[in-house]
Design a protein around this ligand. Structure first.
Ligand code: ARG
Length: 580
């Protein structure tokens, strides 16, 4: 990775020149082109520490850097700019080495081993049983899956775990309702819809007859006490709900390593609360048990209610413990909406007091809300929340219309296949191309447009290069293997070509950054910029032209772009289309 290579070179020079001085400097790519491809503030940082002029220090450093560059030929220019920045311009040599590297590494380009030996658990999706998955869960699913892909690409051992809400008082109500008004067939046919109906019916009836609440409590209690009938019913409701969720996961191509719901931790909860009490970390407060978080300026963390019930909070403590002890986590990412910020602040503070997961990085990966086109709450015309399956199918339908218009000659089957991938890709990309903290809007025209920062645009860029390469292979009767022989990348002299090559060099850095910030949108933005650069190039030069050697080099460049765009899209969980 080029920024790290430069850092390493500078680190060594600093040691050579100023032994014993420790300095914290950075290497970054400046926004302005005149400042070189990469720049460092090393001389300025040292100047402060040594009380010397930064220009003087910079001059010394570049002298050494130039000597070093003599052999390595990484840079075409190293210069100093007042008040003491050192700028590096990447050499053509380094750029062509990278192109060869991309063509060789293919789907591995951008990957690394920095995560080797480390385990990261990504907690995402996690819908609540018997309730429909809502758009918040969809965001969690899409962002979580992308982070999973990114960490895996960087060599981490990645474990996905959907912490489903499969326990709690809602089951008492549901079981009561099912026993009185439900039937197996109805649930079988339409699990969540039927359960929602039962739930609603329960509340309607309970309004007329408040005694029902007490009956529901009894059912909950029976369930907690492992009453056979209720356990069987509960298992059935969980299984049926998962059946419904799995339909969505199947369309979106989402898989989990574990689905350990809240109930999985039941047997740990008593021990956790007892220990917290014994160690005086938790206290009784008005009949309930809480962890006092005054020290953190947070309100108390309720871990056992007055009626003795354990809750979401207690379970989350147990979950963290399990993940550390049994799953050997080094890092846990909770991909959950903004609304739970306080819960996670309190959870992390409580874990610290309890000494659970002390040396583990824990982060709440928050995200904003989802709005409909008009900027209003995302709901149907009747005001109900939009069902996720409807949302995804709507996207596919719209995509089909777009394809129909754009490429009417394709076969029906092909159109269907393409529409499906575009529709799903568009929903995912709409989410991942924006900073996750911002609220997102479903603006269908924008999401499905073939221009601008959208999935169709990127998919199209990839497919276009693919057909270009095919055409080239046909013209020259070549197979894929031939591309690397007799390849003279030195022929890529055009400025646009250089810009693309410089952009390509950055991909590994971008992937690592998006993991550091847990923000897939860096990758999205990057592939969009790369695609724009490439499309500008494509429109301004003739790639397949008579000069055979130049054509070959340009095809190699195009292929490298395609590889990188594909790798980026795959990290976002989006499948490419070879043809469109
Ligand atoms: N089921 C929860 C919800 O829908 C999300 C669970 C997130 N994970 C966790 N470990 N708390 O709100």
């Amino acid at each position: 990775m080029i920024n790290k290579e430069i850092k390493k070179i500078l680190d060594k020079i600093v040691v050579d020149l100023y032994q014993g001085i420790k300095s914290d400097f950075i290497v970054e790519s400046p926004r302005q082109k005149d400042f070189g491809d990469y720049a460092s503030n090393v001389a300025m940082v040292l100047a402060k520490e040594l009380q010397k002029s930064p220009m003087e220090i910079a001059a010394k450093i570049i002298e050494k850097a130039k000597a070093e560059n003599h052999q390595k030929k990484l840079f075409s220019k190293i210069s100093v700019i007042a008040p003491g920045f050192i700028n590096f311009e990447i050499s053509d040599n380094r750029l062509t080495v990278n192109l060869n590297w991309i063509l060789k590494k293919k789907c591995k380009f951008g990957s690394s081993e920095i995560g080797k030996g480390k385990t990261v658990i990504i907690d995402y999706s996690a819908p609540n049983i018997a309730k429909p998955m809502h758009v918040g869960h969809l965001r969690s699913t899409i962002i979580g899956q992308s982070l999973y892909n990114i960490y895996k690409f960087l060599g981490y051992k990645t474990i996905s775990d959907s912490h489903i809400g499969d326990w709690g008082t809602q089951f008492g109500k549901l079981i009561y309702a099912y026993k009185h008004w439900g039937n197996k067939k109805g649930i079988d046919r339409n699990p969540i819809e039927e359960m929602t109906k039962l739930y609603v019916k329960f509340h309607e009836e309970a309004k007329k007859n408040p005694e029902l609440e007490e009956y529901a409590r009894i059912e909950t209690k029976k369930l907690q006490e492992k009453n056979d009938e209720n356990i069987k019913l509960w298992k059935f409701l969980v299984k049926e709900s998962l059946k419904d969720y799995n339909k969505i996961y199947k369309i979106l191509n989402i898989k989990f390593d574990y689905v350990l719901g809240e109930s999985f931790y039941n047997k740990m909860l008593l021990g956790i609360v007892n220990e917290a009490m014994e160690r005086k970390i938790a206290i009784k407060s008005e009949g309930a048990i809480v962890i006092n978080l005054d020290k953190y300026n947070l309100s108390p963390f309720l871990i056992q209610k007055t009626d003795g019930a354990y809750i979401y909070t207690t379970t989350d403590i147990a979950t963290a413990k399990y993940r550390k002890e049994k799953l050997k986590a080094d890092k846990i990412l909770y991909v959950v909406a903004n609304e739970q910020t306080l819960h996670f602040q309190k959870l992390f503070a409580s874990l610290e007091l309890l000494g659970i997961c002390e040396n583990i990085e824990k982060e709440h990966i928050k995200f904003g809300m989802v709005f409909g086109e008009s900027g209003k709450k995302f709901s149907t015309r009747k005001g109900e929340t939009v069902r996720l399956t409807d949302l995804i199918h709507r996207s596919i339908e719209f995509a089909q219309m777009v394809i129909e218009e754009k490429n009417p000659k394709l076969s029906r089957n092909e159109k269907k296949k393409i529409a499906k991938k575009i529709g799903i890709g568009a929903v995912k990309y709409n989410d991942l191309s924006q900073n996750r903290l911002t609220d997102i809007v479903f603006d269908w025209d924008k999401i499905l447009s073939f221009e601008g920062n959208s999935a169709p645009y990127l998919l199209y860029t990839y497919a276009r290069i693919n057909s270009l390469v095919e055409k080239y292979n046909k013209t020259y009767k070549l197979n894929r293997i031939n591309i690397l022989d007799k390849l003279d990348l030195g022929l890529l002299k055009d400025n646009l070509e250089k810009d693309i090559m410089k952009k390509l060099l950055k991909f590994p850095e971008i992937v690592e950054n998006s993991a550091n910030e847990n923000s897939p949108h860096f990758i999205a933005l990057y592939i969009y910029e790369l695609s724009s650069l490439y499309n500008g190039y494509y429109n301004s030069v003739q790639i397949i032209k008579s000069e055979k050697k130049i054509t070959r080099a340009r095809i190699a460049l195009s292929k490298s772009v395609a590889i990188t765009v594909k790798n980026g899209l795959n990290l976002l969980g989006i499948d490419v289309l070879e043809r469109m």
